[in-house]
Design a protein around this ligand. Structure first.
Ligand code: DAV
Length: 366
């Protein structure tokens, strides 16, 4: 058996780590524009990242892979495609693509299945191709492996609210919209990024936001009939994409929650009723993200759990490391900050292939 992973914390034995090769800052497009912070140095610039930054990010990703291998974990790497190629479908055109540093955004592993997400950015439409050589290999060598792909979305202009295209919206308005669950993606067709989903055995917790819409969540609900799918929102986030810098389960019963993006009281019942503790995460160690980075400073929480006692934390995120240590877990420091701009942190740049354990019910009371 090659593919098996039901949650975010059981002992990790086999993982995919992304690559920075040829990564591009994509040309403007509706879903991306909504996410790039208004005061970001990325506004208006696009094209291939400099070779120097690509080499540095790859050095860090290679080192991280070696660190994992030295712990006995099997590490596979994607096959980057030429991201400078424009994409054209009958419905849209994108001037360039993105990269394959964050496999977590594209691949969702649930038990013996790996599901390719629909994605919601046009520039990421073909990103799954980077993982096909691996998925093909797993398929050939593991007769239980289910390789699935969600329906490719059309991503016409109907998928995006034009309100988010305005140059200056401001955080006040964005927070108002987030509280009303008015996000950039419409309900034209099912959309989801895999990084909006957390796996808790029999339960999947999915963030509704910019990159995942309600139809996407309903699609997941029908696709996983033996799971219970729960929708969550974090109204404190003016740029809500991906759950993994907001809500981080560390082990059964314990979740870190971004203190600026707390799970609303009315959505806590599932966790409260089943004695799960949700604690505020520590503050990030940095006041701003590194240059040309989409993600916020909260990549501090984007940790990779190796087992019930061991967590990989980015080396400069000293407050996060301190907190996890105080919670009784061992911290493994990983130098990754110079790769953040390529698509995220330690959770983003990995995708589970195999964790020990099976499907458990962590929320029997519901
Ligand atoms: O806080 O910018 C980053 C998530 C990346 N997968 C944030 C979310």
């Amino acid at each position: 058996m090659i593919v098996n992973s039901w949650n975010e914390w059981d002992p990790l034995k086999h993982v995919i780590v992304g690559k920075a090769d040829n990564c591009h800052i994509p040309a403007p497009e509706p879903a991306l524009d909504a996410k790039v912070p208004e005061d970001s140095d990325m506004k208006g610039s696009w094209g291939r990242r400099t070779q120097e930054t690509i080499d540095r990010a790859n050095e860090l990703l290679d080192n991280f892979s070696r660190q994992l291998e030295n712990l006995g974990i099997v590490v596979d790497r994607p096959t980057p495609i030429d991201f400078s190629q424009p994409i054209k479908t009958p419905d849209f055109k994108a001037e360039s693509q993105f990269g394959c540093m964050p496999p977590r955004d594209v691949l969702l592993t649930v038990g013996s299945e790996i599901l390719e997400a629909t994605m919601s950015y046009r520039c990421r439409w073909f990103e799954y191709l980077c993982y096909r050589p691996l998925l093909q290999k797993y398929w050939e060598n593991d007769s239980n492996f289910r390789h699935e792909s969600a329906p490719k979305p059309r991503l016409t202009d109907k998928d995006y609210y034009p309100d988010y295209l305005s140059e200056k919206i401001g955080d006040t308005k964005r927070l108002e919209w987030a509280a009303k669950k008015f996000f950039v993606t419409t309900e034209e067709e099912p959309l989801f990024d895999a990084a909006d989903i957390l796996r808790f055995g029999k339960d999947l917790v999915v963030q509704h936001g910019f990159t995942t819409n309600c139809k996407g969540i309903e699609w997941l609900n029908r696709h996983f009939p033996n799971h219970r799918v729960h929708t969550v929102n974090f109204p404190g986030d003016p740029y809500p994409i991906h759950i993994d810098a907001t809500f981080t389960p560390l082990r059964p019963g314990l979740i870190l929650n971004n203190p600026n993006r707390r799970l609303p009281q009315e959505q806590r019942k599932l966790f409260n009723d089943n004695d799960w503790e949700i604690v505020d995460s520590a503050q990030p160690a940095h006041n701003s993200p590194p240059p040309l980075c989409y993600s916020s400073t909260w990549l501090s929480m984007n940790v990779l759990v190796l087992d019930h006692k061991t967590v990989c934390v980015e080396k400069s995120e000293v407050y996060q490391a301190e907190q996890i240590d105080a919670l009784g877990m061992n911290v493994i420091e990983v130098d990754l900050r110079d790769a953040y701009a390529f698509g995220g942190g330690l959770h983003c740049c990995t995708a589970d292939v195999y964790r020990e354990g099976n499907c458990q019910d962590y929320f029997p009371k519901q």
